[in-house]
Design a protein around this ligand. Sequence first.
Ligand code: AMP
Length: 283
Amino acid sequence: MGVVTTVRALRARLDAWRAARLSIGFAPTMGALHDGHLSLVKQARSLADRTIVSIFVNPKQFAAHEDLASYPRDEARDLELLRAAGCHLAYCPAPEEMYPEGFQTAVTVEKLSAGLCGVSRPHFFGGVATVVLKLLNQCAPDVAVFGEKDFQQLRVIQQMARDLDLKTKIVGAPILREADGLALSSRNAYLAPEERRVAGRLNGVIADVAAALAKGAPVAAALEEGRAALGAAGFNSIDYLEIRSEAELSPLGPGPVGKTPARVFVAVTLGRTRLIDNWKIGA
Ligand code: AMP
């Protein structure tokens, strides 16, 4: 596996692959890799001849009060995992490579960024869209894989790709979970043992809400039960629990969901850790 840190070195590799008519799959990450990330690598490998993974903790998607400085970083371990997963090239740019002196452009995907995580993290999706557009321009992949764990992010990127006529095909990948159902996340490392125990119940609550909705329960009642269940499970700081359509992320309710493809979306804070998850209704 090659490792490059500059756009120039990246392009030299890409030129050789393109000359050999090899297709390119790409998975952007912020490192601290886990099996969820490695499942993206596997999917990218199945869709293209060569796979690139970027590791870049993007300062633009963190607000001043968030965890940029303490975000877990272990590049040596990450590179080992990528090597073992059959990744062909790791791209690990420094912040100055991505945002040189004088950088001033921002990408905004307006409507899809507004609700859910966009309410408490108004800076977030602009930062994500900007860095992902840069990464897609730098790597020029045929296909790029994003996890459904961050479903709103996936939809924002898909919309950006459509609006800006990107050639890269954006593909979603299913959520990988721990044995108790907790969605894998680099931030799970922050959880103290008692918080980790509580965190394992998040997926069960939203799965139950999704099951009730699939049976025809009205949205308002299912949400009320879901909020009570979150409280009983030990989540006392709920950012949101919402039912939204998959396509436009429009809020649904208060009646039954019907046939609209939709998901239960949740965000909670446990101690210093923000957890998000989602569950497809009728899956
Ligand atoms: P991150 O490093 O957290 O920015 O995530 C990089 C990519 O991995 C994003 O496309 C995430 O949606 C995806 N990802 C993170 N956690 C999981 C998971 N548990 N299952 C599947 N994909 C994931």
